[in-house]
Design a protein around this ligand. Sequence first.
Ligand code: ADP
Length: 397
Amino acid sequence: MNILVVNAGSSSLKYQVINIETEECLISGGVDCIGLAESKISHSVIKTNVEYSEKFKFNNHTEALKIVFDLLVDAKYGVFKSISEIDAVGHRVLHTGEDFTGSVVINAETLAIMEKNIPLGPLHMPANLDSVKSCASLLPGVPMVAVFDTAFHMTMPKHAYMYAIPYEDYKQYKVRRYGFHGTSHKYVTGVACELMGTKNCKIINCHLGNGSSISAVADGKCQDTSMGLTPLEGLVMGTRSGDIDPACLEVLMDKKGMNIHEMLDYLNKKSGFLGISGVSSDARSVQQAAEAGNERAELVLAMAAYRVKKYIGSYTAALGGVDCIVFTGGIGENSADTRERILKDLTYLGIDMDWDLNEKCPRKQNVELTKPNSKVKVFVIPTNEELVIARETRDLI
Ligand code: ADP
């Protein structure tokens, strides 16, 4: 069975074709800058290493998907003779609201509920649902499944997801913690349970990438997570501030003459690694600047690691202990320096690190970074969100 996985952002589209029997990725690609003057498509056939890259002007996701479908049946760049060889489509959709606790088959009824939840994700949800509709018209009759970014976190207890605002506003407007990166947290939780040899364990997952979030998991179920109503809350990220006293907003809006939309743009797009370092939102560039002596680059690396460390401490308390800590995402998987900054003072938790292995950690594989007798284990687990989407799609159809 071949499953097309579609991950549509506000101006981007990522896709993979996965053979779900072998869990092999056949095709992987992406389109950037949809709706802008020049869009770019990059497409790879995994087995043959054949790559295709071209500039177009795509006004919307439907136009981009039409080209993707042409490529899938192309003699050189495709893997299918006919588009009918796609058996199902799995769509990444941002928000469940409080309506779904897991993935759902897309039909008129579930689509209407997703449309009702657009206000919870005004940037992403319209693009997600446009892609759903485009695929429905381009692939009539092919079953489709929505896999939600928030769903893994729906097991959080109420005392963890509530904000301490007047209760009636939670009831009426559904303002609460939801959490994001759910497919990644779900994937690494599954692998961590396999590596631990049991589901019955306490896990803290650190997904550190451009966007970063951390989750506390017990018995395979999410108990708490750092992102909130939106992905702005929690850790220090590429361009997002993470946690901040809301009273700062009043001071900054007043002094800089910003309205609330400009203020949120500032916190979402101009803060974090970029805002503090003044160098870049990209962790590698910030790291290089810090190594070259840039103090603000060094400062934001220290701030980001300190924030993760604080969350590990609070989630250890929340879970009543911890059995393993997982690092994933572009930074979590690849930056030995970040892992060292976070873990070096955590020996009191019972972590006995193999620092040499941390430094030489092989890429793209699951690695245990702690010594065999370490009470708490530390793993690097490369995430695979597309595979989670493909598996959920198979399970539901
Ligand atoms: P996204 O949230 O967009 O999926 P990724 O998980 O791909 O992001 O992570 C991107 C981040 O990972 C970037 O900040 C990048 O600099 C960082 N990164 C990738 N490789 C390394 C590395 N070797 N060392 C440090 N940071 C890295």
